[in-house]
Design a protein around this ligand. Structure first.
Ligand code: ADP
Ligand code: MG
Ligand code: MG
Length: 877
């Protein structure tokens, strides 16, 4: 089987087999660009290599030897020949570009004999010995694992002795001396000498490059970029061209457009009289590419021409490596250039305007991460030096403020005009006002879907969570990370996009809706068929959502409205009420507040639908912590503190909280179950909604209220509650009901049984909204609050699961329930509207799924809306 391809046998389509570098070298050769000849050993051979105890099979080795013979002919030189030695580079090249993660060796084919031949045939001994010492250095570290600093130390000492600073000023004798020092370095650290047999060099080098696929750096890079381990790397063997031969030689890297601004025009750096990695390694400071125009004008012109050709050929910004040998330009690599968010967007829009790519293509190139970067404030990276910890990048954006360890202080400080960063071991719904007041949130426990993360994302607030290396003592108001201790009031900076925690104040860059972004979003809106709505709980969120393009509110949670410090006492009063009369009294106080909430939201969403979900969480979430109460009660009793009356009150409270306590609250008395057992709560909410609708309509606001019942599992639940909505509507709206208000009633589908019986439930629903957070929790039987901290991370590490199912929809399992429910629901009621409102509504691959199963819209947090608009367009293409 063919495992070795000469460059002239391959092309850009063969990336999977030849790796990106190999396929692109072949393509460049094919279109006639000056590429030094060579060949590629396939990724297949790499996989075989690992199956066969890291040995090159005889078959593959034979093909390599044959290809070398061809290469010798093409280059007019012989490998290992003392007079005209062929030298080659052995270069790694994976399928997905992993810049700098694996290894490459240059100048292979030099030994004590051929180096003399090279010196003689070029008339340049200094150059020949320089090449040889580079080979010994690279071969030593890549193949034999000798640590690079051993070589670097010897090189430094040599330069000191010679009194020179730059590598290129070292004399031929100096390099010769270094060669013998390197030889003893081999003996000392590898227990062997440098192989003089060039074929042995080649074999060892190819094997080492294959092995570099599994070096820790490459493994880590693959893990964070979701690159499969099975892919393997190809190896490219290419005849050398030399940028280190003299003043008319050099090497450099150029981008066809500026990778940080997107600006059109060559951008890059080069070094005269240097080889390969000198540019990136920072041995010398390279010159900006524009100076090449003055220094070697003919070469510069050729380079511009080649760059333009490559960009047109690949229809994308290219990152190109080149080398100039004695006044001749060679192309050594091209690939799509990495770029930051702003550049990505500008380049994509520019390429459309230049008629290089169609709009669809431009849209497909936008990555979720790009939008995250653009829509949130970021750090001025030049000021980031001291990172004390890195947690999960839970909610993008950067925040600077003073540390506080509790929500009340955060709120207090915000009122005083200070910027606070809320630092907590974890957050609970009780901390919400602190999250709201703070600039950003840092937690030491909890994953990407922990309470803090979900809430912060919803508010577009930067959040770093699960930062396990940070120890937080709320009592002592102190956090420690390694050696560092920070106290309340100390300044700190968070980067929610990367999870970095940085002490002190780092300047921020403002987020901006650039013209390019607006253009791209417009193209997306023209193409997409899925509608995009927002999860928004406050008028502020609603306005943000609308500004970012929301076509309605798909989920307005009402529990957050109950958690503000002014309302919580009344909510507690309502919950702890002895009888219905007392409960009604408390609810009466809440009614006008709720009405006000809804009025403001309706106004903000004038003309667009607003889906309001009735109260969902278990009641005890609004009550004091039972453990703390027990402690307090114990203390009071033991020390006989407080008055008799106070103790009795506490005891009563404890009894009530105890009575509401549940072993599995997420499977307990919540959602519609709550609304059925305590009808007056939902009635108050429904009344508030309709009163607000009435009031707004009078003002001329166009209101489309939709009432959503959570946690339905049986159609009887929805039947009952729907009837109650209609009743209240009748009562509140009276005649208006027929005239102005077309309200809708629907349900969340989040209990598996509801999905299974969708046909029956559809009879009472105008719409279904898939609450995929709970649906995932209940379908997989994973507790959303605990799974990540316990087993989920380990599951993902062990690849038992492809993703965290709370972030990326489990289309195979949970998705099947959704698909079935949509189908059966629409069959029973063709007008049924379907949507998704879990965290997944803002995830690209999940949106793809929503498009496929025919949902009408996705609903996500306001700051995910631009992303959802783009993802919806991508799904439609
Ligand atoms: P990486 O994948 O880390 O970029 P490369 O395989 O591209 O590694 O090679 C490292 C450096 O060596 C690059 O600057 C490249 O241009 C240079 N190089 C590779 N092969 C040759 C060659 N045949 N002649 C001259 N320079 C080369
Ligand atoms: Mg390279
Ligand atoms: Mg739910």
């Amino acid at each position: 089987q063919k495992q070795v391809y000469a460059f002239h046998e391959g092309n850009a389509e063969m990336k999977a087999l030849l790796g990106g570098k190999g396929a692109n070298l072949a393509e460049m050769a094919k279109v006639g660009l000056p590429v030094p000849p060579g060949f590629t050993v396939t990724t297949d051979a790499c996989r075989m290599f690992f199956q066969q105890d890291q040995q090159l099979s005889d078959g593959v080795y034979r093909q390599i030897t044959e290809a070398m013979t061809e290469l010798e002919k093409a280059a007019g030189q012989r490998f290992g020949n003392a007079d005209h030695p062929l030298l080659v580079s052995v270069r790694s090249g994976s399928v997905t570009s992993m810049p700098g993660m694996m290894d490459t060796i240059l100048n292979l084919g030099l030994n004590d004999e051929t180096v003399e031949g090279l010196a003689e045939s070029t008339g340049n001994p200094r150059f020949a010995y320089d090449c040889y010492r580079r080979l010994m250095q690279m071969f030593g570290s890549v193949v034999l694992g000798i640590e690079a600093h051993h070589f670097e130390k010897l090189l430094r000492r040599l330069k000191e002795e010679e009194g020179v600073e730059q590598d290129q000023d070292v004399s031929a004798e100096g390099w010769q001396k270094l060669l013998s020092l390197y030889e003893s370095c081999y003996a000392k650290h590898a227990g062997r000498s440098f192989p003089q047999n060039v074929h042995e060099q080649l074999r060892m080098a190819v094997e080492a490059v294959f092995r570099s696929w599994h070096n820790p750096r490459a493994q880590f890079y693959r893990k964070i970029n979701h690159i499969p381990d099975e892919q393997g790397t190809a190896v490219n063997v290419q005849s050398m061209v030399f940028g280190n031969k003299g003043g008319d030689c050099g090497t450099g890297v150029v981008f066809t457009r500026n990778p940080s601004t997107g600006e059109h025009g060559l951008f890059g750096e080069y070094l005269i009289n240097a080889q390969g990695e000198d540019v990136v390694a920072g041995v010398r400071t390279p010159l900006p590419i524009q100076t090449l125009q003055a220094e070697l004008p003919a070469i510069y012109e050729q380079l511009v021409e080649a760059a333009t050709r490559l960009e047109h050929h690949y229809r994308d910004m290219q990152d190109i490596e080149f080398t100039v040998e004695s006044g001749k330009l060679y192309m050594l690599q091209t690939r799509s250039g990495k770029r930051n968010a702003q550049a990505a967007l500008k380049i994509a829009v520019d390429l459309v305007n230049e008629n290089v790519i169609p709009r669809e293509q431009a849209l497909l190139r936008i990555e979720a991460g790009h939008l995250d970067q653009l829509l949130h404030r970021g750090l001025d990276e030049t000021a980031v030096t001291d990172i004390i910890a890195t947690g999960l990048p839970a909610s993008p954006g950067a925040a600077v403020g003073q540390i506080v360890f509790d929500a009340d202080t955060a709120e207090q400080w915000a009122r005083e005009g200070k910027s606070a960063i809320l630092v907590r071991p974890e957050t609970t719904p009780e901390d919400i006002h602190g999250v709201l007041a703070a600039e950003g949130v840092l937690t030491s426990r909890g994953g990407m879907t922990s309470h803090a993360a979900v809430v912060a994302r919803g508010m577009g607030k930067p959040c770093v969570c699960g930062c396990e290396t940070v120890r937080i003592s709320v009592e002592e108001k102190r956090m420690t990370a390694g050696e560092r201790t920070l106290e309340e009031g100390d300044w700190i900076t968070l980067d929610g996009a990367t999870g970095r925690v940085i002490p002190g104040v780092i300047p921020l860059r403002e987020a901006e809706m650039t013209t390019e972004l607006l253009q791209m979003l417009k193209w997306a809106d023209d193409i997409r068929t899925l509608k995009v709505a927002a999860n928004a709980d406050t008028p502020q969120d609603a306005r943000t959502a609308r500004m970012l393009g929301a076509e309605g509110i798909g989920l307005c949670r009402t529990e957050h409205m109950f958690l503000s410090p002014t309302r919580l006492p009344i909510v507690r009063e309502m919950i702890l009420a002895e009888d219905t009369a007392a409960r009604l009294q408390a609810l009466e106080k809440l009614l006008p507040m709720q009405r006000q909430d809804f009025e403001d939201i309706f106004r903000a969403m004038d003309g667009l639908p607003v889906t309001i979900r009735l109260l969902d969480p278990p009641l005890h979430e609004f009550l004091p912590n039972i453990g703390e109460l027990q402690m307090k009660h114990l203390e009071m009793t033991v020390h006989q503190e407080g008055t008799e009356k106070e103790r009795a009150a506490l005891k009563k409270l404890l009894a009530k909280v105890g009575a509401l306590h549940e072993a599995n609250p997420m499977l307990g008395q919540r959602g519609c179950r709550l609304g059925i057992v305590f009808p007056e709560i939902y009635e108050m909410q429904i009344e508030a909604i309709f009163q607000a609708a009435l009031k707004c309509t009078e003002e001329g606001v166009v209101v489309h209220p939709e009432i959503m019942i959570p946690l339905v599992g049986h159609e009887s639940e929805l039947k009952l509650l729907r009837a109650r909505v209609d009743e209240v509507a009748e009562r509140v709206l009276g005649e208006e009901r027929q005239n102005h208000h077309s309200y809708k009633v629907g349900t969340m589908i989040e209990v598996p049984r509801a999905a299974l019986t969708a046909r029956k439930i559809a009879a009472y629903a105008d719409f279904f909204s898939f609450g995929t957070n709970d649906l995932t929790q209940m379908t997989l039987g994973y507790s959303r609050d605990d799974a990540e901290g316990k087993f989920l991370t380990s599951y993902i590490d062990q690849k038992l699961l492809p993703h965290n199912p709370f972030q990326v929809l489990d289309t195979e399992g949970v998705g099947q329930l959704i698909e079935m429910a949509v189908l059966n629901g629409k069959m029973a009621k063709p007008s049924l509207r379907t949507s998704i409102c879990g965290e997944h509504g803002g995830d690209k691959s999940s949106i793809q799924f929503c498009q496929r199963v025919g949902l009408d819209y996705v609903s996500c947090s306001p700051y995910r809306i631009p992303l959802a608009r783009i993802a919806a367009a991508q799904a439609a293409i």
